[in-house]
Design a protein around this ligand. Sequence first.
Ligand code: NAD
Length: 489
Amino acid sequence: MSPEQLVVHQARKSFQTGKSRSLEFRIQQLRSLSLFFAERQKDIADAVRQDLCKSDLGTELFETLGLEAEIKLAIEKLAEWAAPRPVEKNLLTMLDEIYIQPEPLGVVLIIGAWNYPWAVTLQPLVGAIAAGNAAIIKPSEVSGHSARVMEELLPLYLDKELYPVVTGGVSETQELLKQRFDHIFYTGSSTVGRLVMAAAARHLTPVTLELGGKSPCYIDKNCDLRVACRRITWGKFVNCGQTCIAPDYILCEPSIQRQVLEEMRKSIKEFYTDNPKTFEDYGRIINQQHFKRIMALMEGSTVAIGGDSDESQRYIAPTVLKDITGDSKVMREEIFGPLLPIISVSGVDEAIQFIKDREKPLVVYVFSHDNKLIRRVIAETSSGALLANDCLVHFTISALPFGGVGNSGMGSYHGRHSFDQLSHLRSCLIKKLAMEGANAMRYPPHTAKKLRWARFFLLKHVNVARLQQVALMAMLAGLVAFVVKRFLR
Ligand code: NAD
């Protein structure tokens, strides 16, 4: 047995004992995960500093705070999420028990990406534990320090057999993907997403694919450009642009471009000083390969702000590019770095068409005072999410399902959506062996009269809850009439 096979085998054996199903056990594991963040914040921050040059406070704000919030929510809501969910009854099920029972799927494989190595790897884990599954955790080898700390420390807090961490690169991940899982939760590029889905198909394993893409950002001229540019500058350059939901490029009319550039220049200076290279809250590109890839994307573009770099430190300044067209090199792939191209459009019609001509993105951003224009962009484009007048923050709202559509992914998570995504929502119908007469219409011999009854029962939408209310009211009215007649006259 290969080490990957062994780990999956052990997780399945452990899952089959039923240990992970009890709500007490799930809550205890979630509390332990919470304790891990409380006690190991420094180890996590040190690892992220080495991987991405992020500051300790930046790591807490962007990596672990959201995880703590998700764990807290899951602990508070678990009993509600895991409870049977009654569904609407009809005339034929009026006397039956009918509900949806969430149940664990089994063994889940979680494959994480490197850009927020803790958040994107452990957030699906919160859902997997809450839903009562076992989970194999495969952090990205690209953020190697975080992967090592996860491998060393997580087993001190979580059940080792149910939630093992497997480290390694492409070959280890491919070996894992040969195994049979009950769900695969993948975060990363669309290219590898296709490989994951192909591997999953061999075992008919369902997948969640949290992918990337080019998220457009339309700035309307009817807009507070100062505020819009502050928010866009923050959303783009946080983590050096290595954020799946960062605005990838800007669409706006030429008449506002001078002011957009001016406001961005001011915001970059305000957030990262005159020299972002020496500023603690501006990170670095993850490795040389990505550094070279991003620098190559800039070729042939006009730099309006920034543009300087230092390969020895994998530093690229916050950079804004102008005079870009849909055919420019920087528009051919997701940038995933601190370059922000500005593309001229004649107005919202052309912006919508530009977005529709391309793959469905993870997010569409729109900045405008005009509510009607925002509604139009919602109605006429498609994306994993739409965010108006801000950047990134939809990620922090657990009530919203987070995920892509089309090329930006499939499935979604966060809060209860993680629980549902990693549960099987089992339909349960419990009938009595009484009332056999009511079934005559489905038994042979089939007659026109029986068919008429079947049509009545299946096509007539009677509000049973209302019917039951009316029946109850009628009974109460009868009771009152009886009491009045018998005792009060
Ligand atoms: P990556 O290189 O870390 O790869 C992701 C995972 O895939 C890793 O665990 C890696 O081991 C595995 N992997 C890589 N190549 C593989 C192969 N050939 N076969 C099997 N497994 C393989 O990350 P990346 O792909 O560079 O991540 C960046 C992408 O992820 C961007 O497109 C970004 O937008 C996207 N992303 C999306 C989200 C989201 O929530 N939607 C979050 C973060 C990143």
